[in-house]
Unconditional design. Sequence first.
Length: 259
Amino acid sequence: MVKKIQGVKLLLVSLLASGALISEPVMAWGSDGHKIVAMLAEAQVSPTARKEIDRLLAQEPGATLTSISTWADEHRNPATAAWHYVNFPRGDCNYRPERDCLDGKCVIAAIDRQIEVLRTPGDDEKRLTALKYVVHFIGDIHQPLHAGFSDDRGGNSFQLQSFMRGSNLHAVWDTGLIKSLQQENEQIVKSLLVRPLTLQKTAFNAASIAMESCRIVSQAGFYPDRLVTLEYVDRYIPVMAYRLAAAGYRLAQILNELG
């Protein structure tokens, strides 16, 4: 979806050697990715939904969908940490709540809970908090490794050697692929908005999206041979771009129901 750019190999080596791909565990897309998802959604919300969103955001003057997109990471604590991901057993991407989301502690259940709060009229302070969570968690669930395998903690334990200097696959997907584009967020958003999505027009379903992510992680070649090559980057930049675009579209789909 995003045009390959010259110099990506040189940039990737530079990022890897400098440690720029190392990130905190379970921080999907990094701040740039979450902002891109929010910007994509903002461009696709209806005027009526925009009015309601602005009314909720007015509780914090100056706040925007983009500015709140990283709030859930900035305020993560032991009680909410598990809300950012769901882990599947290797070889089985079929979501089973009793196995994969004990006590509702996973991103699927967290999204469903927060959407319900957001849709319920009444306490606008709680609804604003729910909006912050929804904007962030929709990004999370579209990052493939936030619905990856339990045995390597969503790629966090999959160490990449050579010039990766002890980084991991989760970090590559959080920040590395986006940085390799050498584009400002606004440029990426503009590019994604003009490219058609082939998503089915179905009701939002968090479990189905998580299973999509798990199936991406399950593809042959998704786990590199301990070395991120130019070929790997070329193969997965379009996948990364499509997941960002899908997240933005689906977030707008949820927000448009507010209008």
